[in-house]
Design a protein around this ligand. Structure first.
Ligand code: XIL
Length: 309
């Protein structure tokens, strides 16, 4: 159904489960047409020492995806989190940090050239007030690290789509406007930014303002930037999840519907995990569309309903 709507419907997946759980794999193969690499490409995993890259786990995930005709979203090249000690304690100068980051980005992007369809190049670079978030990259290189990262990634694989990803930027707010302004100014300088990822880690009590999100997507459409709903999950905080699965389903429906209403701009809807059993959130929050026993939930049916319309 997603293929017919020209929509990518993805799930974040991990090496550990791909390597060990055949039921998990068969759901990924049959229910999605895209995956995001949830953890195995993060800095500590893939670049454990200055001169050492470890592609083993991410390769398994990427090869599994490609063998099954699933597009791959690489996640993530530049982030304030998951920075290894060798880098944190290295006391590198600005020039050295630029060399390290360029090498990091280009070694990884080259390794996955023609395999990774889209990259989350820069992740969570902003604060709520729209200022740039403190990170080792901002502190040592300065704000230019963002534009440089996109340029370096583009040099390494000119065909890969390049995304900036963050949370709390789907509606209209100081943060989302700062992100929008940065992306449009990078584009005006000729720096290739193809897309923006709205994470959308929600809970069922979240007030979702579809109109706001639509207006935000419209300004991206106007500058030729596509949107992914990149890390969707909806936590159920209550004690009795059964009572609340319909609310969760309704919200999943609204989110996908909002994406589909901006066709051509909103090109992917990605859930942050496959089953509640392996979600990054505590199991009892049951945030995903398959339950702990891998059964389809109301949330799953809600997505089907949205795709049918
Ligand atoms: C999370 C993973 O889901 C967890 O398994 C891991 O322990 C920590 O990172 N925003 C992001 C993701 O961009 O990379 C994070 O993923 C969730 C929040």
């Amino acid at each position: 159904m997603a293929d017919k709507q020209q929509l990518l419907i993805g799930a974040a997946i991990n090496y550990e489960k791909v390597a060990s759980d055949s039921k998990y794999k068969s759901i990924v193969k049959s229910e999605f047409n895209m995956v995001t690499v949830e953890n195995d490409m993060k800095f500590t995993s893939i670049h454990p020492a200055r001169k050492q890259y470890d592609f083993n786990k991410a390769d398994v995930v990427v090869n599994f995806a490609l063998m099954n005709n699933l597009r791959v979203q690489g996640h993530t090249l530049v982030w304030h989190n998951r920075i290894p000690d060798w880098l944190l304690r290295g006391h590198y100068s600005k020039e050295e940090m630029k060399r390290i980051l360029k090498d990091h980005i280009q070694t990884i992007v080259r390794h996955y050239k023609n395999k990774v369809y889209a990259w989350d190049v820069v992740n969570e670079a902003f604060n709520d007030d729209g200022s740039l978030r403190d990170s080792i990259w901002l502190r040592t290189i300065g704000s230019e690290y963002i534009g440089l990262s996109f340029q370096w990634a583009h040099e390494a694989d000119p065909k890969a789509l390049l995304f900036l990803n963050d949370f709390g930027i789907e509606g209209l707010s100081d943060k989302s406007t700062a992100v929008y302004r940065l992306i449009s100014s990078l584009k005006m300088q000729g720096i290739p930014v193809n897309g923006v990822g709205f994470q959308m880690h929600y809970s069922i009590s979240k007030e979702f303002n579809a109109d706001n999100v639509k207006r935000n997507m419209k300004r991206y459409r106007d500058i030729g930037v596509e949107v992914h709903f990149s890390e969707v999950d909806i936590a159920v905080p209550g004690n009795d999840p059964n009572m609340e699965t319909d609310i969760q389903g309704d919200l999943y429906f609204k989110l996908l519907n909002t994406c589909l209403n901006s066709k051509g701009t909103c090109t992917a809807f990605i859930v942050w995990g496959v089953t509640d059993k392996y979600s990054w959130l505590p199991k009892e929050k049951s945030p995903l569309i398959f339950d702990q026993r891998f059964r389809k939930k109301e949330a799953y049916e809600a997505l089907v309903d949205a795709l049918k319309q």
